[in-house]
Design a protein around this ligand. Structure first.
Ligand SMILES: Cc1cc2nc3c(=O)[nH]c(=O)nc-3n(C[C@H](O)[C@H](O)[C@H](O)COP(=O)(O)OP(=O)(O)OC[C@H]3O[C@@H](n4cnc5c(N)ncnc54)[C@H](O)[C@@H]3O)c2cc1C
Length: 400
């Protein structure tokens, strides 16, 4: 049995702790919050276990739309000007991944991870409750060009085992009657029957209980990591506001904050935040039972228990999250337009914002680092909830 520290108690840190504990390691998790998934992106995300929709962000179509984003003409995606050299270095690597060949390669690599993750969730859902549901997912497309691009990619993904089907608006409404009032606004849809949904915050709370009761995992909450100490190229200690933890092995799972802490040990991680937003309102009987994504507006709708989660939008440039009332207004207007009766929009809106830890190629960073004993499991971007079971299992196998 080896002692391993896990830095971060979001979905990635919690599943890493589980995968390591299952292999018999003595695990301690450190997080600045007072409970798991309290401060990071795993609190109020879109709830989608999006196993088939793994499309990388850097793509030829994103590049074609750059002038529109730079001029602020797209309410879904905002580029916020920043002078940070790190952002420009990240952006150059991002653009280098935007060719058709790179886009397809990145999408397929993430698809393989997502399919592994699905098996992991199926097994763990027998032990941990997280409002796990087989919802299927419908992506709506409002332009024929976007639909054509999707048809080609779907054929490729089908070859790798992802089951997806193009639907006409009428077929989409037949599958999801809640879309009836919106049928005129999309030209086609993509149906992913095996996609699922679940509450990542609830997952972390119940996994926390299981890890403590059945696996003896220790938790150090309210503990802020300031830096890492190394000696002769090896990890030596984690320096926190509660003192130093001497250690030989640790996993970096600090989401968007991984880059800053890794830097203290001489490691540069290409992770840049992309801010998103969510609202959570009481669901009505008219709420969709499938997960729905309006791809043009970058907004997802998902029922979690008796609530409707409306999440999305993408703002890139800022290093920190800003609470922006206009972005929540955009989400609310989109919800009222697509599903006017699906939620009680006059109730408390439970507005939340979080940072997606984006890498230039949309692939998470999983493996050993150049510092002996320091392992990386970070940079999960827009799909950390979907991918966490697979990246945790892969990293635990490497540590073993
Ligand atoms: C609006 C939005 C919608 C999304 N929708 C989906 C979706 O539908 N499906 C999907 O798969 N993914 C989705 N994502 C992405 C997903 O939420 C993230 O990829 C995932 O939560 C990242 O998990 P993580 O554990 O790496 O990071 P986090 O959840 O951010 O966890 C990092 C942890 O590190 C801790 N921490 C940070 N700094 C320190 C420090 N110095 N010391 C100690 N602890 C520290 C934090 O407290 C936090 O608990 C969405 C994200 C957003 C923002």
């Amino acid at each position: 049995m080896r002692e391993v520290f896990v830095m971060g108690a979001g979905v990635v840190g919690m599943t890493t702790a589980y995968a390591l504990a299952c292999r018999g390691h003595a695990v301690t998790v450190i997080d600045v919050g007072t409970a798991p998934a309290e401060r990071g992106a795993s609190f109020g995300n879109g709830a989608q276990l999006s196993y088939a929709f793994t499309d990388a962000l850097a793509s030829p179509s994103l590049v074609a739309n750059l002038p529109k984003y730079l001029l602020g003409r797209d309410p879904a995606f905002r580029l916020i000007p920043t002078l940070s050299p790190e952002f420009w270095a990240w952006s150059l690597r991002f653009l280098a991944n935007a060719s058709k060949a790179s886009f397809e390669r990145n999408t397929i690599e993430v698809l393989k991870l997502a399919m592994e993750s699905r098996r992991g969730f199926t097994n763990l859902s027998r032990k941990v409750d997280f409002d796990h549901r087989s919802t299927g997912k419908i992506n709506l497309y409002s332009s024929p060009e976007a639909l054509r691009n999707v048809e080609a990619l779907t054929r490729l993904k089908n070859k790798y085992g992802a089951e997806q089907l193009i639907l006409t608006p009428n077929e989409a409404i037949e599958r999801e009657p809640a879309l009836a009032g919106y049928g005129h606004a999309f030209v086609g849809a993509l149906w992913s029957p095996f996609d699922e949904a679940g509450d990542s915050w609830l997952f972390c709370q119940n996994l926390h209980r299981l890890l403590q009761s059945d696996y003896g995992v220790k938790f150090r909450f309210d503990t802020e990591i300031n830096s890492l100490k190394t000696r002769n190229g090896k990890l030596n200690a984690i320096v926190t506001n509660a003192g130093e933890f001497q250690c030989e092995r640790a996993v970096m799972a600090l989401g968007v904050w991984s880059a800053a802490i890794a830097k203290s040990s001489g490691i540069r991680l290409p992770i840049w935040p992309m801010q998103g937003y969510s609202l959570t309102v009481p669901a009505t009987r008219m709420a969709p039972s499938s997960s729905i994504t309006d791809t043009a507006r970058k907004v997802v709708f998902c029922k979690i228990g008796d609530k409707l989660r409306i999440a999305g939008l993408a703002d890139i440039g800022n290093r920190r999250a800003h609470f922006r009332p206009d972005r929540f207004q955009t989400l609310l207007e989109t919800a009222r337009r697509i599903f006017p009766e699906a939620g009680d929009y006059n109730a408390e809106l439970n507005a939340w914002t979080g940072l997606r830890p984006m890498t230039p190629n949309s692939q998470p960073i999983v493996g050993a680092s150049k510092v002996a004993g320091l392992f990386l499991n970070c940079g999960h971007g827009s799909l950390g909830w979907t991918l966490c079971m697979a990246t945790a299992a892969r990293l635990a196998a490497i540590i073993n």
